[in-house]
Design a binder for this molecule. Sequence first.
Ligand code: MTE
Ligand code: MO
Length: 452
Amino acid sequence: MGAMRRNAMTRQTERSPQDLPLDDQEPPQPGGISRRGLLTSVSLAGLGATVGASVPLSSNPTGIMIPSALAQGAPASGGAAQPSGPQPLDYPGKEKGLVVLGERPLVAETPEHLLDDETTPMSKFFIRNNGQIPEPAANPDAWKLTIDGEVNNRLELTLAELKSRFQPKTYRMVLECGGNGRSFFQPQARGNQWANGGAGCAEWTGIPLGEVLQAAGLKDTAKYTAHYGADPHLSGDTTKESLSRGMPIAKALEPHSLIVYQMNGEPLPNIHGGPLRLVIPGWPGSLSHKWLTRITIRDREHDGQGMTGTSYRVPNTPMVPGGKADEKDFRILESMPVRSIITAPANGTRLPAGTREVALRGTAWAGDLTVSRVDVSTDAGQTWTQATLAPPRNRYDWSRWTATIPLPSDGYFEIWTRATDSNGKMQPPVAHNWNPQGYGGNTMHRVAVLVG
Ligand SMILES: Nc1nc2c(c(=O)[nH]1)N[C@H]1C(S)=C(S)[C@@H](COP(=O)(O)O)O[C@H]1N2
Ligand SMILES: [Mo]
């Protein structure tokens, strides 16, 4: 993995011969290996030592999981990753169990079984970049943020001034990539092939964005934000933004929309946008701008990098999967859909013969909404058992859940989980509302266990 490490460390100085596709538009990985296959082998690798033989899963072309005997592509178990297999992340401060989905820009996801902590530690938190990773700030307190556009008083604040002028808030909140769950779309959608690990839930400390906007004095014409950061475009072209998204003023004024400088009580690390980033919970992670330098208030919807075409947009009229998109009929994806994942046992766990029940742990969240219930099944959804939800700490926190379910016999089981949101919408069994860049995929999560 030395080579990977070097790549990660030298990325900043690389120059691309041509513009790489941006905003989750990377083409599918060569080799045709499905993300589900890759993920399986990753969790198996982590399990080999403690549970012996493991139970690979993969998927057939309809996206339904099938046992390994019928699957192709995934290495059998254990050992070092095959050249074509999952690439463990090698990055300072990060667990090797994270899986690299792309090296340039650096993108890595957290396998579901590593999201088993109440609060996701920095070491396990997913990474999503669209451009280069900037050099760490030499003097974080001198970092400057500008608020301009449709405001009465343009503000230029250092991080030190921001901290001294405003009252900080700390909330535990889910940050989730808009493409989370993308790998479950059929046919394959464009972009990083996330399973369910393009998400994490950390304690974020910062200043409510709304208070800073009020201090700048929003004009009546203020309608939408536009976010800018210090990460250079992959090509090195200084006239281009790696990403520049925005949101309606009402979302910006929500008390949980924060300008963040601490993650889990520590100064925000460079890889997560330190010293200063936005955290805009419930909506696609791309709104949570890292290395934040400027917010421009606009009198209309933003049209920056990642706002147009089919980027972070979904069709109003359901389209034929794989068909041609009518971009005029697309709308911006706002609140993320409901999702539940099983965080223990890990996919591929082998339980001793005679085991007749299994304790499950998991977590669920629902964009702007709350999770009203989580159910689990061991018979492909014929019967369901309701899980017990722990109360979230604050709005936008995830809901940890537990359940104990009977295992009627030895043999092969798949445990399924599905969450229902506070509007009564439940996760579907297959990815729904296909779109070219695969947003909003929230299929039920499944793990395989073998008893005996
Ligand atoms: N400046 C900047 N901010 C950014 C991005 C980026 O490429 N550049 N990526 C966004 C996307 S798509 C996501 S999902 C989150 C990921 O945050 P993380 O890397 O801290 O997990 O950051 C967002 N903020
Ligand atoms: Mo994202």
